[in-house]
Design a protein around this ligand. Structure first.
Ligand SMILES: C[S@@+](CC[C@H](N)C(=O)[O-])C[C@H]1O[C@@H](n2cnc3c(N)ncnc32)[C@H](O)[C@@H]1O
Length: 341
């Protein structure tokens, strides 16, 4: 195909001119030898532009052999063109979660027949090991969701890396959200050395392990789900935090009776944590901090719930924020409140 041969020292200048004028054919690889670079030209190249280049640089325009460039998709749907009708392609949700080696897709019902093809495309694009799709909402007391295997290796146990830590988990048997990484990091920054921390709904240790990794604390990792505590134990071990994070299996209402009062209590069970506020207020030391989460359409009612549960104690709202959208009009709120007894 037609291309330009140019001495190496001028190649970069010419490359810029070709790219900015859309004259470089990106379907083929630019090649070079010891002295020259060979740029492939688009088939309908503009002779005026090429003549301009030749007026300013010593070039040879001729037929050269080029290797095909590797095709690079910009998202996994690009791999489905020609495999799925165009009107269906528009229905595909391009966003997905990645937990360790696992990709989790959301596939609308109307694409049910194409889900395996979609899974294979996501596997190819992400280069992870396995692809699953969501089969239920996050549900039940353990806040887990069913997943359906689509492509790759069918293994739901994985290790997810977050800010240099490793979290082992199975996303169909425990709750874990990579989308809360920023929120966890925000809480870590608030914590001071020597705090005693209770995480009432701690799951696999995402908050407690992150905190104990950075601060000299003792954090009690409480959860009712045996699978979550099994993984919390592993995560404490693999991140070398034995003795700093203490796994506690059971209903927080029973477990906390035997635990010390806390400088900080974390309550990320946003659908029902309100029911546990009186217990948290009771277990908090004077001047202690609640990191409380609730689904709500407005921040005033979240603050009101905390104040109600605190009764006559003085409360100081340190921060309130929308952590993420839960559903249209409803937010996952996070509030940090100091309670002085
Ligand atoms: C939304 S998840 C949050 C997990 C973790 N804090 C995180 O942010 O990744 C809530 C967790 O609370 C646990 N849970 C629900 N009710 C509980 C209770 N009464 N006592 C202890 N844990 C409970 C569930 O098993 C689940 O792991």
């Amino acid at each position: 195909m037609k291309g330009i041969k140019i001495i190496k020292k001028n190649a970069n200048d010419v490359r810029k001119i070709l790219i900015s004028n859309k004259q470089l054919c990106t379907k083929y690889k630019v090649k070079n030898d010891d002295n020259y670079v060979y740029f492939p030209l688009v088939s309908d190249y503009d002779e005026d532009i090429i003549n301009d280049i030749s007026d300013n640089y010593p070039i040879t325009i001729s037929e050269f052999e080029y290797d095909m460039a590797e095709y690079r998709a910009t998202n996994f749907v690009d791999y489905l063109v020609d495999k799925i009708p165009e009107e269906k392609l528009e229905e595909i949700r391009k966003s997905f979660d990645v937990i360790g080696d696992i990709v989790i897709l959301e596939i609308p019902e109307e694409l049910e027949d194409d889900k395996v093809l979609i899974g294979q495309a996501a596997l190819k694009f992400t280069k992870r090991k396995s692809v699953y799709c969501k089969k239920s909402k996050v549900q039940g007391i353990t806040r887990t969701r069913q997943l359906e295997y689509l492509a790759g290796i069918d293994n739901l146990e994985t290790v997810h890396k977050e800010f240099g830590l490793r979290f082992m988990l199975n996303p169909s048997t425990v709750y874990y959200s990579p989308r809360l990484a920023t929120e966890r990091s925000r809480i870590v920054k608030q914590v001071k050395d020597n705090e005693t921390i209770l995480d009432f709904f701690a799951g696999i240790g995402s908050f407690t392990v992150s905190i104990a990794h950075k601060r000299d604390v003792v954090a009690y990792n409480i959860d009712i789900n045996p699978e979550a505590i099994k993984y919390a134990e592993k995560n404490i071990e693999i991140n070398r935090l034995i003795g700093k994070v203490i796994p506690c299996l059971g209903d927080v209402r029973d477990v906390v009776k035997d635990l010390p009062d806390a400088d900080r209590i974390i309550m990320n069970l946003p659908g029902t944590s309100r029911e546990f506020l009186p217990l948290a207020v009771k277990k908090l030391k004077s001047g202690g901090i609640l990191n409380y989460y609730e689904f709500s359409s407005d921040e005033d009612s979240v603050i009101e719930h905390v104040k109600q549960a605190s009764g006559d104690y003085e409360t100081e709202i340190l921060d309130i924020r929308q952590v993420r959208s839960q559903s249209p009009g409803v937010w996952h709120y996070g509030v940090d409140v100091k309670i002085i007894k």
